[in-house]
Design a protein around this ligand. Structure first.
Ligand SMILES: Cc1ncc(COP(=O)(O)O)c(C=O)c1O
Length: 386
């Protein structure tokens, strides 16, 4: 069988390969602490579990989702954006429900890129951005995210001829994997830059609700002119502790959303109706559980930052996300260090090189475990590193 050329650059994500390997190690009796998991270890709040149970049991809610109006979900998304970010969205043209943000993240490249077209992708970044540019036949140019720039892209260092050629640029704040957040000045500059060079901004805001120290992340759509030049992806996954539900949205530029909707009309049949109703419930309900959840994440973050710095893994406290971006000790590549830590300390962390060349020298640590387990991970790493 001969596969299409577009398959050639597609690598299986390391995370999937590692999940299989970690499961095998567990079956062999090894007790691994997996600090690679980017999925909250909390359950969704009780009222949402109840909403799902109530709706899933309804005998009439199992038809093709297109049988039911999705206007209420679009309204709920628009109202949530207004409440949370003071952003006005026309629910009919500026909101598109998705099967998780991954759904739209894939689709948008098909709308924007012809073969050979340029997509600007941050380095390091969530690996799907690069993969999806390539699947669409696009060409990737990396935009470095460096600590000295607070892991924000230096737009002035993008050569004008490259900027003029680029069709799209990815930005993701709060950022996976670095935990960095964006400033209003950055978003304003980004919008002016995108207008000047006619580049579409694709903002991934999946982590906006996991934040600390009252540092509430913004949406890029809060800034004037954003809707003319881009869209934002959002998701219930991390916000409501429900990564498995596959509920997300794209919001912003109406022409781009209409293009995505045209593809989606063929690539899926919409969101399971009980999931639509539960998503509406989530977006419409008080979210005080998030404050409690974020306080717990903050305790974990603080424990890790103190403990890891003490044992020689240099980390800074992120203002948002549940990730630490730690410096790899001298003498190791990020992959060597992570594999050795797995073999010798039974602790798995993700090598920064998975996220791009500029991720080399770092490793990503997710604090999606209770403090006792994180304290045990620090003890194991201390023994391994001494
Ligand atoms: C930066 C980023 N964007 C998007 C996603 C995908 O999220 P969803 O569950 O909404 O598809 C993830 C998942 O880990 C992520 O880290």
């Amino acid at each position: 069988m001969q596969f299409a050329k577009r398959m050639e650059p597609l690598k299986a994500p390391l995370v999937m390969e590692m999940n299989i390997r970690l499961a095998r190690m567990k079956a062999e009796g090894r007790e691994i602490i997996n600090l690679g998991v980017g999925d909250p270890d909390f359950t969704p709040p009780e009222h949402l579990l109840q909403a799902l149970k109530d709706t899933v049991g309804h005998p009439n809610y199992h038809h093709y989702p297109s049988f039911y109006p999705n206007q209420p979900l679009k309204d709920a998304i628009s109202n949530w954006y207004k409440r949370r970010f003071s952003v006005d969205l026309d629910p009919n043209s500026e909101v598109l429900p998705l099967l998780g943000s991954t759904d739209g993240l894939f689709m948008i490249h098909l709308c924007l890129l012809d073969p050979g077209d340029l997509g600007l992708v941050p380095d390091p970044s969530y690996p799907s951005y690069e993969a999806c540019v390539k699947v669409a036949g696009g060409q990737v140019e990396k935009v470095p995210l460096l600590r000295e720039n607070d892991f924000l892209p230096d737009l002035d260092s993008i050569p004008p001829e490259m900027a003029r050629k680029a069709k799209m640029i990815w930005v993701n704040y709060p950022n996976n994997p670095t935990g960095a957040t964006a400033t209003p000045e950055f978003y304003k500059k980004l919008i002016a830059w995108a207008r000047a060079y006619d580049v579409v901004i694709v903002s991934d805001n999946a982590y906006s609700e996991v934040y600390f120290d009252n540092h509430r992340p913004a949406s890029f759509l809060e800034f004037p002119g954003a809707k003319e030049v881009g869209v934002e992806f959002h998701s219930l996954s991390k916000s409501y502790n429900c990564c498995g539900w596959r509920s997300g949205m794209a919001v912003g530029n109406k022409d781009l959303l209409a293009a995505m909707a045209r593809i989606k009309a063929h690539s899926d049949r919409g969101m399971f109706y009980p999931m639509q109703l539960t998503s509406i419930k989530a977006l419409d309900s008080p979210d005080d559980f998030m404050e409690r959840r974020n306080r717990t994440f903050q305790e974990r973050r603080d424990l890790l930052v103190e403990g890891l710095n003490k044992i020689g893994l240099k980390v800074y406290p992120p203002k948002a996300t549940f990730y630490l971006w730690a410096g790899v000790p001298k003498g190791y590549t990020s992959q060597d260090f992570c594999y050795k830590a797995l073999d010798q300390a039974n602790v798995w962390m993700i090598p920064g090189s998975v996220y791009g060349n500029h991720g080399e020298g770092y490793l990503r640590i997710a604090f999606t475990h209770p403090v006792e387990k994180l304290a045990e991970a620090i003890r194991r790493l201390q023994k391994f590193m001494s």
